[in-house]
Design a protein around this ligand. Structure first.
Ligand code: GLA
Length: 709
């Protein structure tokens, strides 16, 4: 970010998208620039896939067209997010150096003809990419249209790993730097198991297809290495841009909660975070997972504004069935990104392609041109976004944090675990959903974060936990925080070796429990959960899963009523509030012993009947909660006990978030909704609101205190 707190020097919020002029005759460009102006576009991303056009041969360069284009855009007052164009090497490069092409784990080398066809460890690719980035930077560093550098495109898209000989040597280099000696590596990898001991570095290979399960620490290190290998590609280009064009912010576009790349590390190398987000209009809860991704993007750089670099104005072209956005949805979902910290709304892409794999992908300027519904929305939304200029640069505050660790994610989802059904993204989403339903603001944090500003820390499934991070979580509880840990947390150290002494050994002090044995729940089965007989915290009954909770004021009751295993769990008569989510625990259960904790809920049937399922442990000034089963709806207990308040109370389906003094209200329902207790001016409509406001179906308001306008 610049010193002013804005992402770029362009005032207000950013609006625009990927612009691929090389796909069109030059006569079209003038029309593009004029229409961009009409739509309120102030930034376009240029050159993402232009390598073959910019460098038609090993020693030939063609920048004339890009000179003319940038001059034209600048003439219309449109700034440029200039790509380094390195995401797809040209045909001449891969024919001259076939080993640039990536190799799969089964040994098959992928061919030219799509995109992102490169081996991240290829010295030829890396050198060619850095040379191209330097040529572009040297030529355009002083161009007045240049606002931002866009390195590569979606690192890890299509190809996240390469198993060629060059990658194998790079992996060995990486391992030498990590472990120093083979003895240390052998110990970290546990190679005494299955006679896997290494006597020379050259004996080590990537985890290619093998007869049976591959060493889990080798596989884990491979994932760490693959993230780092792509990061080295990024860093090579970043160093060039910082040297040649200092002061111009640099980003590379992320892919939301993306498993292959450790975005904590990646974000630390960027000037600001940018993201590509494609929620599916066919998914009725897409806006909840989208909110989670946006909160993650905001959190990756400690809450600073980020940029939505790409979204689709309507349908994408890469799902089996590509459902368009119904009228109003594009506007609502775009506002949601701003509500959760984006300082700009950008798209793939400006003008719909006539040819190629993405010709059916929606665009700001559809094939139907300016008479289409899509174009009308493009112009209308551009004008609306311009009204939200005062929001730019503002930040949000949260008293709840979710711990997310890529290391733990990679380790959790390895084979040969008690259950291979654990999908971290789904587990985190299920906890996040409970916060979203209650309008509770949340940050994501890495395990190394300072937690002192939070009231509640949630660790959905923190399988891999270093001792220092466990000590930090324990201190957080002792200092008065509420820690809620999901099952199968604190199980292994950074080498994927079990923490001995009774699971979850490094968290036992904070949680006051010992897991005697894991009892994963088979697919399509569930275990009823009952209020524990001696529960000293209020536990009431759960209700039908189909009723969403949104009235967070008294969302204090989400533990299940007792029920027979074969009968669906229903709300008990005294349930003062319905909860969403399953009526019983699925996926996982545990034989749990309490040491200092007290049971809050117990298993209601089966071999674990009567044993503790959810516990609370008073430790120091705080409480350590443990969920030995998958029952996210019970999180309300923790939030309530910690006194966490919603941003604003709203009816079901209405999302409330705050950025600085601005209150965003977004109605995701297809029916009108009334929100009360409001005061301010709606930046979108200009209306003064006092007391109640009716939001139409998919309606939105952005309220700012009248004194701030
Ligand atoms: C990604 C890519 C774009 C385009 C879009 C299509 O975001 O970065 O080049 O392929 O997907 O949705």
């Amino acid at each position: 970010m610049s010193a002013t707190g804005r992402l770029t020097r362009v005032p207000g919020l950013l609006y625009g998208g990927d612009y691929n002029p090389e796909q069109w005759p030059e006569e079209v460009w003038a029309e593009d620039a004029a229409l961009m102006k009409e739509a309120g576009v102030n930034l376009v991303t240029v050159g993402v896939f232009s390598w073959a056009r910019l460098q038609p041969g090993p020693t030939s360069w063609d920048f004339g067209w890009l000179d003319r284009l940038l001059d034209l855009l600048h003439g219309q007052g449109i700034a440029v997010d200039l790509a380094t164009a390195t995401a797809s090497p040209p045909a001449w490069l891969v024919r001259a150096h076939p080993d640039v092409l990536p190799v799969r784990s089964d040994g098959v080398r992928l061919e030219f003809g799509s995109r992102q066809h490169y081996c991240p460890s290829s010295p030829v690719y890396r050198e060619a990419a850095v040379t191209l980035a330097r040529r572009i930077a040297e030529r355009y560093r002083d161009h007045p249209a240049l606002a931002l550098w866009h390195i590569h495109n979606e690192y890890g898209d299509h190809v996240t790993e390469c198993f060629c000989a060059e990658s194998a040597s790079d992996f060995r280099r990486w391992l030498r730097a990590r472990y120093g000696s083979l003895d240390v590596l052998n110990s970290a990898w546990g190679t005494a198991f299955w006679s896997q001991r290494y006597g020379a570095w050259e004996e080590i290979e990537p985890p290619r297809d093998a007869p049976g399960p591959v060493n889990p620490t080798q596989t884990l290190d491979w994932r760490r290495f693959c993230s780092d290998a792509l990061l080295a590609c990024y860093q090579g280009e970043k160093d060039v841009l910082d040297e040649v064009s200092p002061g111009v912010p640099v980003t590379t576009n992320f892919m939301s909660m993306f498993k292959p790349l450790d975005y904590w590390e990646w974000a630390s190398r960027e000037d600001f975070v940018s993201d590509d987000a494609y929620p599916d209009p066919a998914d009725p809860e897409a806006h909840i997972s989208a909110a989670m991704n946006y909160d993650l993007m905001r959190s990756l750089k400690g809450g600073r504004p980020w940029l939505l670099m790409e979204q689709a104005p309507s349908a994408v072209s890469w799902r089996p069935v590509n459902v368009p956005k119904r009228p109003g949805l594009h506007r609502l979902w775009s506002l949601q990104t701003v509500a959760r910290g984006a300082d700009g709304v950008m798209y793939f892409q400006w003008r719909a392609s006539r040819a190629g794999a993405e010709k059916f992908h929606s665009a700001l300027l559809p094939h139907g041109g300016t008479s289409s519904r899509g174009w009308a929305e493009t112009v209308r939304f551009g004008a609306e976004l311009a009204k939200l200029g005062p929001v730019a640069g503002s930040v949000s505050e949260a008293s709840v944090a979710i711990v997310l660790s890529w290391d733990s994610w990679w380790a959790l989802e390895q084979e040969d675990h008690p259950s291979t059904r654990l999908d971290l993204k789904a587990l985190v989403s299920s906890w996040y959903r409970e916060l979203w339903l209650r309008n509770i603001a949340v940050d994501f944090v890495p395990p190394s974060a300072d937690l002192s500003r939070y009231k509640v820390v949630l660790a959905p499934n923190l399988y891999m936990l270093r001792s220092e991070a466990a000590a930090r979580l324990t201190r957080f509880v002792a200092d008065g925080g509420h820690l809620a840990c999901g099952f199968f947390s604190g199980i292994v150290d950074e080498h994927d070796h079990i923490h001995l002494g009774g699971y979850p050994a490094p968290l036992r002090e904070a949680l006051g429990v010992i897991v005697d044995e894991f009892w994963p729940v088979p697919d399509d089965a569930s275990v009823p959960i009952t209020a524990a007989d001696n529960a000293s915290v209020p536990v009431k009954a759960a209700a039908d899963a189909s009723v969403p909770v949104k009235d967070a004021a008294d969302a204090s009751v989400p533990v299940m009523a007792a029920a027979d295993a074969s009968v669906p769990v229903k709300a008990a008569d005294d349930a003062s509030l319905p909860v969403s989510g399953p009526g019983a625990a699925t996926l996982w259960s545990e034989w749990l012993e309490v040491t200092t904790a007290e049971p809050v809920a117990s298993y209601g049937a089966g071999p674990l009947a009567g044993r503790p399922a959810i516990t609370r442990n008073a430790h120091g000034d705080g409480v350590g909660w443990y969920f030995s089963c998958h029952l996210p709806s019970a999180l309300g207990l923790v939030l309530d006990a910690a006194g966490v308040r919603p941003v604003h109370e709203t009816p079901a389906g209405v999302e409330a978030t705050r950025r600085g003094r601005h209150l965003f209200l977004l109605n995701h329902a297809d029916a009108p909704a009334r929100v009360s207790g409001l005061s301010g001016i709606d930046l979108l409509s200009g209306a003064t609101v006092e007391g109640e406001l009716e939001l139409g179906p998919l309606g939105a308001a952005v309220l700012t205190p009248a004194s701030e306008r």
